[in-house]
Design a protein around this ligand. Structure first.
Ligand SMILES: *[C@@H]1O[C@H](CO)[C@@H](O)[C@H](O)[C@H]1NC(C)=O
Ligand SMILES: *[C@@H]1O[C@H](CO)[C@@H](O)[C@H](O)[C@H]1NC(C)=O
Ligand SMILES: *[C@@H]1O[C@H](CO)[C@@H](O)[C@H](O)[C@H]1NC(C)=O
Ligand SMILES: *[C@@H]1O[C@H](CO)[C@@H](O)[C@H](O)[C@H]1NC(C)=O
Ligand SMILES: *[C@@H]1O[C@H](CO)[C@@H](O)[C@H](O)[C@H]1NC(C)=O
Ligand SMILES: *[C@@H]1O[C@H](CO)[C@@H](O)[C@H](O)[C@H]1NC(C)=O
Ligand SMILES: *[C@@H]1O[C@H](CO)[C@@H](O)[C@H](O)[C@H]1NC(C)=O
Length: 762
């Protein structure tokens, strides 16, 4: 049973493999209160719930003990029969409320108590599993690094899987002590923590284990945000060079809330609570909540609102459920939502087929002893057409003699290096990992355990076609090492979460994209085929919006250092309105989920981060925490939900509401249709450039839409001055329902260009 099947059958089999993608379920939840879950029929089942309560008038005067006592007063007793305490966390900064262990019946009686706003069952959160500072044009002489002393004095809080504190990326290296406002703790002890790693704590159902990272995700994200310089960093010999974080002289405070890359909302809230109280400047959160919990109730959503109330910038990942539409999360407008791009470095491993065709793939492991001149037989267990064999999962090699052969494996279900372990154990000589359609052109430089190459989807089809049509298919892999200058670049990673948002009333998300493919950063343990177990400075390529997020966190920290009076919204605006809208060749940024076709705004948001330009945006679209309240009311949230999120004792009937497009956001998204063929919105810009700059509006009209900006000239006469303008949209000509049309509004002066993407949905 070799490859006598018709190639078309193989292609179908291959396609079939991911018509079973792990299904992406985005459930638009009901409005609360509650909230049901697996314990529905079990009155005795004890679960953790997060209970939001009204803020007492004298909240600021309450000490910790008073607060705990108040929270306990809502509970039936202090301990469960098992002896476990009821109260898991008594929150202070992040919400007005607590997490407690309760049965359903107990929960029902608490919900009926006066002062209880909202109860949310504790849900799961998951992690989303150098050279990039240079790619971002950060250098010692004339960039944001120079202007901000690389973020010195700023504190980046990382909510993740903890950290390996002994990695050289976290060495102190002459950093000044943390600022006086810092109140954090280091549970590793003074000998381990330093002026680089100034805080480290773990939160696990009310317990505080050691915040040590045994997964890698948190060490990697912390290293990407603020790792110090490490010379001669490499992964299995690839990408050798000096590695550093985005803000290499910023301080790090680490809050471990994920265990085996999974965690709970109650622990995330506890980590954020502590980070706010400790005095961080930026919160970097490369994680997301369960799709079964409505976005507005997730710890990342509510925690981010608490952060902006304290002037802290919440930087969150768009998650990795792309390229499918409406997969973006962490997408409420007070969050800075980050998608992922690929950059121009490739760790090239070229597949050469027996017929001479060549395809460039990638692998971090590039063994010099592999003899590339020898063609080896190709083998494809996927001919059995099962999920297991198509993707080379455990057991997939049964019945196939793969000894000395190159094995073809589809992506999905397991990590690529795990497929390699399966192939290697069966005696395979090498592996070619083939993208599924949705993987498109995004390939990974994996730390494989055998010679391997990860190829894009189009090349996968050609390889399968050759395999299916050739009587004796053979191949080899030629390792070409680290190559720079790949084009097009940057490009949107296929997995990056995309809009349109289903959660936020249509505000364009993600906000920006940043490097998130094959990011080299600190890792806790050795990787590849033969770990010796004694290396202390491993670096590892990891990919995900998780990796993109800490780049933006580092940039935000540096901007805050230079502009301490800017709000989180102003800093986000600066990052968005200065983002690159074209790639390195001046062409529209492309999408790796397609054959490098131009990416939509739902993939790129405002564009690709441009740190040095963000330092001098000219104008910002500012928002204060209270400005979001009419927007939240406009989404139709009930008063008690609005209160739980914002902690403002407001009634929507009194505050009034605005539509999402009226929020003073740096991007613009409107809907037009036959009943609403016209729409006028207003924006207010704040001058942060020269006192007397004059700006003119330049409009790139979306197809089928007439746009009028008035006034179309803004003359400022002082720093901090605010000016208002309106943007009028009207349908011009025929429009097709459901179609999305894209354009741009730019305010242009002699010294600045302030760009806002425009997305019109018909
Ligand atoms: C209800 O929950 C308890 C405690 O977890 C468990 O022992 C019991 O089996 C559950 N009963 C049902 C019907 O699920
Ligand atoms: C690779 O294999 C070819 C053909 O067998 C052989 O001539 C060559 O010497 C080998 N090269 C190495 C480096 O082993
Ligand atoms: C693949 O198919 C062959 C022939 O039907 C069978 O012997 C073998 O066990 C199958 N292997 C797997 C992993 O399904
Ligand atoms: C690392 O471990 C290997 C194998 O145990 C040993 O041969 C080597 O000397 C060790 N290297 C160092 C630097 O300790
Ligand atoms: C047009 O859009 C408005 C608001 O966005 C909506 O209320 C209305 O139902 C839409 N009309 C049609 C015909 O789709
Ligand atoms: C929008 O503004 C234009 C001109 O600024 C005006 O003519 C039009 O009536 C306005 N439309 C609405 C719906 O307010
Ligand atoms: C602003 O632009 C003008 C005209 O191009 C130039 O003369 C001036 O130096 C610029 N100012 C700054 C601060 O860059």
């Amino acid at each position: 049973m070799e490859k006598n099947l018709k190639p078309i059958l193989l292609l179908l089999a291959f396609l079939h493999l991911l018509l079973d993608p792990t299904p992406i379920i985005i459930i638009q939840g009901q409005l609360l209160p509650i909230v049901d879950d697996q314990g529905a029929d079990n009155a005795t089942l004890v679960q953790t719930y997060i209970i939001h309560v009204e803020e007492p008038v004298n909240a600021e005067e309450l000490g910790t003990e008073d607060r705990v006592r108040r929270h306990q007063s809502f509970l039936p007793n202090t301990d469960l029969d098992s002896g476990e305490p009821r109260l898991v966390y008594s929150y202070h900064h992040v919400i007005s409320g607590f997490a407690a262990r309760l049965t359903r019946d107990e929960l029902r009686s608490i919900e009926a108590m006066k002062g209880v706003l909202l109860a949310v069952p504790d849900s799961e959160v998951v992690a989303q599993t150098t050279y990039t500072p240079k790619f971002l044009e950060l250098n010692q002489w004339d960039s944001l690094w120079h202007d901000t002393t690389q973020g010195e004095g700023m504190i980046i809080g990382v909510i993740d899987t903890g950290i390996v504190p002994t990695h050289p990326s976290f060495k102190d290296d002459g950093l000044p002590p943390p600022p006086l406002k810092w109140h954090g703790l280091c549970d590793f002890g003074k000998l381990v923590c330093s002026n680089k790693l100034i805080g480290a704590m773990a939160f696990d159902s009310g317990m505080h284990p050691l915040p040590l990272d045994d997964q890698g995700h948190g060490t990697h994200t912390a290293g990407t945000a603020a790792g110090n310089f490490v010379h001669d960093a490499e992964c299995l010999g690839s990408a050798r060079g000096t590695a550093s974080g985005t803000a290499p002289r910023a301080h790090l405070a680490v809050y471990k809330v994920l265990y085996k890359n999974r965690g709970k909302d109650s622990d995330v809230l506890a980590g954020i609570d502590r980070a706010i109280s400790d005095g961080v400047d930026v919160l970097s959160m490369s994680l997301g909540g369960s799709p079964s919990l409505p976005e507005r109730l997730k710890s990342t959503t509510i925690g981010s609102f608490a952060a902006i109330r304290k002037g802290i910038i919440p930087s969150l990942c768009a998650m990795n459920y792309g390229p499918f539409s409406s997969t973006v999360v962490n997408d409420f407008p007070w969050a800075l939502t980050v998608g992922a791009s690929s950059h121009d470095r490739r760790i090239t491993a070229t597949v050469r087929l027996g017929n001479g065709m060549e395809f460039d793939g990638e692998s971090a492991y590039q063994p010099s002893e592999f003899n590339s001149t020898v063609q080896l037989p190709l083998m494809y267990p996927g001919v059995n057409q099962t999920q297991v064999t198509l993707s080379c999962q455990k057991g997939s090699m049964a019945g196939f003699d793969v000894r000395g052969k190159i094995v073809l494996c589809g992506t999905g279900h397991t990590e690529n290096y795990e497929k390699g372990e399966v192939v290697k154990a069966a005696g395979g000589a090498a592996m070619i990992v083939m993208n599924q359609p949705w993987g498109g052109f995004t390939t990974f430089a994996d730390a494989n355990v055998l010679p391997a190459a990860h190829v894009n989807y189009l090349d996968a089809l050609k390889i399968l076609n050759y395999f299916g049509t050739s009587p004796n298919p053979t191949a080899t892999i030629i390792f070409k090492g680290t190559q720079y200058g790949y084009r097009p670049s940057p490009s949107v990673a296929s997995f990056s979460g995309r809009g349109p948002s289903l959660n936020n009333g249509g505000i364009l998300k993600p906000d920006v994209i940043a490097p998130g493919v094959n990011i080299l950063a600190a890792w806790p343990f050795e990787v590849g085929p033969d770990p010796t177990g004694n290396k202390t400075s491993t670096f590892f390529f990891s990919s995900g919006t998780s990796m993109a997020t800490p780049h933006v966190s580092g940039i935000a920290a540096m901007l805050k250092k230079n502009h301490p009076d800017w709000s989180p919204a102003a800093i986000k605006s600066a990052i968005m309105t200065t983002a690159h809208v074209v790639d390195r060749d001046g062409k529209p940024i492309t999408d790796e989920s397609t054959d490098h076709k131009p990416a939509s705004l739902f993939a790129t948001g405002a564009g690709h981060v441009n740190p040095s330009a963000a330092n001098d945006p000219g104008l910002v679209y500012d928002l204060q925490p209270e400005d979001y309240i009419p927007y939240i009311c406009g989404l139709g949230f009930k008063d008690h939900v609005v209160q739980a999120i914002t902690r403002a004792a407001v009634r929507c009937a009194t505050v009034g509401s605005i539509t999402p497009e009226e929020l003073n956001y740096p991007s613009i998204a409107v809907s037009l249709n036959s009943t609403t063929p016209e729409r006028n919105i207003t924006r207010t810009v704040t001058n942060v450039g020269e006192p007397d700059e004059v700006y003119k509006a330049e409009i790139q009209e979306p197809q089928g839409v007439k746009v009028n900006v008035s006034p179309n000239r803004l003359q400022f006469s002082g720093p901090g001055q605010k000016l208002r303008f309106s943007v009028d949209f009207s349908i011009a000509g025929k429009s097709q329902k459901g179609k999305v049309s894209e354009g741009r509004l730019s305010w242009v002066s002699d010294n600045h260009t302030v760009r806002s993407p425009i997305s019109v949905t018909f």
